[in-house]
Design a protein around this ligand. Structure first.
Ligand SMILES: [Zn+2]
Length: 211
């Protein structure tokens, strides 16, 4: 699947067991690829200021490298999702490797932080038919999106364009906890929060938005 601000309806229909929008009419912010020193702290500060609870799709490698950041995210009351162990693309690896990329991250969160992971997002948003059965096998819900901000292009005007055009009351929004978006992440969150307020929309937490 290609990168799109908002994936096409036909794809959402075929993969209707995946989440593309929230189920409760609220907006869910998600952050992919972290934790990452220098951005995670900035994001946490901003989310606290704006009183938003988000969903962090973490890469297992980064969880192992930066356990203190994981603890900070947890302490702030945010939710975690599995974003594979090494950000491998599911369509490009063997079945054994797919199992490992997913199961090892669930195990890591359970063993090191006492967290049971319920959500998954594939690296680069790339999935295939077999992804549905993998989700069942590991009791995960695949969380896609309805608003990709392209924040990793490091250009706030692109984020603003995407949000102004595609934000809806039930959007699942993708941002990145990575060096690529470092310089604009704080302003991106502010812009989204302002837009949400202006339109009388509401932010929700993962649990209520994805039930
Ligand atoms: Zn990613």
């Amino acid at each position: 699947m290609k990168y799109l601000y908002n994936p096409p309806l036909v794809m959402k229909k075929i993969f209707s067991d995946f989440s593309w929008n929230t189920s409760n009419g609220k907006i869910l912010l998600t952050f992919d690829d972290g934790p990452n020193p220098g951005t995670t702290e900035t994001i946490l500060r901003k989310l606290s200021d704006e009183k938003i609870k988000a969903l962090f799709f973490c890469v297992g490698d980064n969880v192992q490298k930066y356990p203190d950041l994981v603890k900070q995210i947890k302490a702030a009351g945010h939710t975690f999702g599995n974003h594979t162990l090494n950000h491998k693309i599911l369509n490009q690896i063997s079945n054994e490797e797919k199992d490992y990329q997913i199961s090892s991250v669930n195990q890591l969160f359970k063993d090191q932080f006492g967290i049971k992971i319920k959500y998954f997002r594939p690296s680069h948003g790339k999935f295939q038919l077999s992804t549905s059965s993998l989700m069942k096998k590991y009791q995960l819900k695949n969380i896609m999106w309805s608003l990709l901000t392209y924040d990793y292009k490091n250009d706030l005007s692109i984020v603003k364009f995407a949000v102004e055009k595609y934000l809806k009351h039930n959007s699942i929004i993708v941002l990145h906890d990575s060096n690529k978006s470092k310089n604009i992440i704080s302003d991106s969150i502010s812009f989204i929060a302002d837009e949400v307020e202006k339109r009388n929309y509401q932010f929700g937490e993962a649990e209520e938005c994805l039930s």
